[in-house]
Design a protein around this ligand. Structure first.
Ligand code: GDP
Ligand code: MG
Length: 771
């Protein structure tokens, strides 16, 4: 509980003080130390400050300050689970009536919230998995970690809540990842930050470190990839570097687990304030900027709504950088002071501009690099001469990203991937198919006739069975994609495709989600998070539905198998994929030229060194993606199958004699006029509606309803076009809503695809039938 939540007369014991270092120091100096008892003398609502009794003295705190202090009240203690074993288990309210709360507060104090922060690909997720045994995805493609995930670990009698945050190069507010990380730091207020530094790219990685220092956080540095660092023969005096940065730096390799224990030992020391290296320092930004900072700080210091949350130095710096997020924070928090603070900022930044002929932001950045350079020089940093990793990488790259060879190799790999997926996937597919059929027959034979049997056999087993057969193919496809990501090849693929994608108004990074879309659109929509430019990202999401996902395969197979001669079948199938891709190209061009305008912020295309992916990581990653597919099956597809079955089984007069008189039949006849231009019959219409839930349901609905007998091949083909292009599925639309954080774009995706499908299929049918 927060200290501010205690009522007059209540008592509690202090667990920890949150917030940045300067604030914590002042509060601790006032006596708010872990394990000390505190009593509220007067806490009236709306009254500020609040009066407390602490160690026999009376002290008053601002309410916003008291919010940053975590305490253990009697109520908290009663809700705490009793310790299962060890010394703690012997402590109960009965055995320790006097200092029970103290004991509980100290126990709570031994839980440390840790945030993992670092550049993309520095090894955050590897540490996260290593320390906690969790199954996050480890990838070599920048930015695979996109949401924060939380796991627990314990070392040396302390519990750790680890949060794996998205990788960022900086803490400005240009990308959603950066904002996300910043928000986590200021709102969740982790006790300690582990800053993971890729020591094979140390200069660039330390840039982020300097920003963490500005925030006045408790930081431990993990110099990761130390194996490669040593392998190359690089040199660096770690002790000096730690001292210069005021951060304990621990050499680690999360591949082998080297240094993990030492790292957590350092975290505990920093948390408990017993670390020898940890100290807060001010990076010197040169006297122009420093003057500006001091000038702005004057107006920030008296205001508790600012200084409880951020170090005023940090706020001043961010304001000087014209950071829009911080400007927003100030205008919300500082109230009437806002105008004065902003005026001070404008004056200061004009001065900087005058004196240095530079934007303040550039001057700050230069100073940071100066700091890093100086520190590295002093710590005797030397790049080794034994180039191993990178030489191999460069050698491989000479072939794989060659100007001319790159393309054919890439397409050969893609071809191999799809070929293997479909050929190899056929075997388990047949087995599962046989299994599902057997199960259906077995259930049918062992139950008496009635709605329940029909629901189980035709609804659930039929519906879900039609979908589960594609799991092996999905897993194989994702296995390949994981392999390409983890080895570093996917980044090259993006690089190779960049020029082509620019022609579509997109970016090379859009290519990977598009490839994933052939498996399932849902994880593909999520994978667009690696695209830094919001515009490219949005367009990619909007055209993703045209990547023919595997859910559409059963329909293709069913229809093509029925209406086209064997020698044409694979061509018809291929034509669908091609039409999908062509549509994606056209629509993307249209969107990027006319609808979603704006400049693309240029961003770096990372080319991480090639690495041998570990079997464990590949397995995890494949599974993570396949899980999304299974989840969809357990949820939406199951429900939709039952609904479709019920609508087909019952009619207005109870149980329907045949489909035509069931609810679904009536519905189909009712909407039939909508599809006269396409020549669809009512069974097809109904299946299209059912397919809104998930495209797999289209096939299972046709399976239940029939209605293929009286179609012409032209109608069948137009129907396939419609299935290819229209409304992707509820799960995809929900994913787009989640990723764009707007219903508007989700609705646009839903509506424009359906309109396009209607137009294309109508045009093809009308032209085709005029011959
Ligand atoms: P994240 O993007 O920061 O979460 O980075 P990941 O944990 O996904 O790691 C990126 C890649 O670096 C993976 O292929 C890891 O196997 C690899 N990796 C992580 N730590 C080390 C290390 O200490 N040494 C080496 N050689 N590779 C590592
Ligand atoms: Mg990660």
């Amino acid at each position: 509980m927060k200290l501010s939540e205690l009522k007059t007369g209540e008592q509690a014991v202090i667990v920890k003080v949150h917030g940045h270092g300067g604030f914590r120091k002042r509060i601790i100096e006032m006596g708010f130390i872990k394990g000390k008892a505190v009593e509220v003398l007067l806490n009236a609502p709306l009254q500020d400050p609040v009066k407390y009794k602490l160690m026999g003295y009376e002290v008053s705190l601002r309410r916003q300050e008291a919010e940053m202090i975590e305490v253990m009240s009697a109520e908290d203690a009663s809700q705490l689970k009793p310790a299962e074993s060890g010394r703690q288990a012997l402590i109960t309210r009965e055995t320790h009536p006097d200092d029970y709360l103290q004991h509980m507060a100290l126990r709570k104090h031994r839980t440390i919230n840790v945030a993992l922060i670092g550049n993309p690909n520095c090894g955050k997720t590897s540490l996260f998995n290593f320390a906690s045994g969790a199954h996050g995805h480890v990838g070599n493609y920048s930015g695979v970690t996109v949401d924060a995930s939380v796991a627990h670990a314990s070392f040396f009698g302390y519990e750790f809540n680890l949060t794996d945050l998205p990788g960022t190069y900086s803490l400005s507010c240009y990308s959603p990842e950066e904002l996300y990380v910043r928000q986590h730091l200021s709102e969740q207020m982790p006790d300690v930050v582990i800053n993971i530094i890729d020591s094979s790219n140390i200069e660039r990685n330390l840039y982020l470190t300097t920003q963490l220092i500005d925030m006045d956080l408790r930081i431990v540095g993990a110099l990761n990839m130390y194996d490669e660092f040593e392998g190359r023969g690089d040199k660096l005096d770690l002790q000096t570097l730690s001292t210069l940065f005021g951060i304990p730096m621990v050499p680690t390799s999360f591949k082998s687990g080297m240094g993990v224990k030492e790292l957590f030992k350092a975290v505990i020391q920093v948390y408990e304030g017993s670390s020898k290296e940890a100290r807060h320092l001010h990076i010197n930004y040169g006297h122009e900027i420093e003057d500006g900072i001091r000038h702005i700080q004057q107006y920030l210091k008296p205001d508790p709504s600012v200084h409880t949350r951020y170090s005023t130095r940090y706020v001043a710096l961010k304001l000087l950088e014209h950071d829009t997020d911080m400007e927003h924070f100030i205008s919300q928090r500082a109230g009437s002071q806002t105008a004065r603070i902003m005026a001070a900022r404008d004056k200061a930044s004009a001065r900087v501009q005058e004196e240095t002929a530079q934007e303040a932001e550039t001057a700050i950045m230069d100073a940071k690099y100066g700091f890093i350079n100086g520190a590295l020089r002093e710590a005797g940093f030397q790049q080794g001469t034994k180039k191993d990793t990178y030489r191999t990488t460069h050698l491989i790259d000479r072939v794989l990203s060659h100007k001319y060879l790159g393309f054919p190799i890439f397409f050969a790999i893609l071809f191999l991937m799809f070929q293997t997926t479909f050929v190899l996937g056929q075997y388990p597919m047949d087995w599962i198919d046989a299994g599902v059929e057997w199960l259906g027959q077995w259930v049918a034979a062992s139950m008496s006739e009635g709605p329940l049997r029909s629901m189980l056999v035709d609804g659930i087993i039929g519906g879900v069975g039609a979908v589960i057969v594609f799991l092996p193919q999905i897993l194989i496809l994702y296995f390949f994609i994981s392999l390409m990501e983890d080895s570093g090849y996917m980044a090259r693929a993006a690089f190779i495709m960049d020029r082509l994608m620019h022609g579509m108004g997109l970016h090379g990074k859009s290519f990977i989600p598009l490839v994933m879309g052939f498996g399932c659109n849902v994880p593909a929509v999520m994978a667009t998070r690696t695209i830094e430019s919001r515009r490219s990202r949005l367009i990619t999401m909007l055209i993703l539905p045209f990547m023919s996902c595997s859910a559409r395969l059963p329909i293709y197979i069913m229809i093509i198998g029925t209406f086209f001669a064997v020698e044409y079948q694979s061509w018809v199938m291929l034509s669908l994929y091609v039409v999908g891709i062509l549509m994606a190209v056209i629509v993307s061009k249209v969107f990027s030229t006319w609808i979603i305008k704006g400049e693309d912020t240029p961003f770096v295309m990372e080319l991480p060194p090639y690495r041998w992916p570990t079997a464990k990581a590949i397995g995890r990653h494949t599974w993570e993606k396949g899980k999304e597919y299974l989840k969809k099956m357990g949820g939406i597809i199951l429900v939709a199958s039952i609904i479709v079955w019920a609508l087909g089984y019952f009619g207005p007069k109870g149980t329907a004699q045949d489909m035509e008189h069931s609810f679904i039949g009536l519905l189909g006849q009712w909407i039939a006029p909508l599809f006269t231009l396409q020549g669809f019959n009512w069974q097809l219409d109904v299946s299209l509606i059912a397919g809104v839930g998930a495209k797999e349901i289209v096939a299972s609905t046709i399976g239940v309803l029939g209605g293929l007998e009286d179609l012409s091949p032209l109608t069948a083909y137009c129907y396939l076009l419609f299935v290819l292009l229209y409304f992707p599925c509820i799960a995809t639309i929900a994913a787009i809503k989640h990723e764009t954080n707007s219903w508007r774009w989700a609705m646009i995706a839903a509506v424009y695809t359906t309109c396009l499908a209607w137009v294309v299929s109508a045009v093809v049918y009308q032209i085709g039938s005029s011959f």
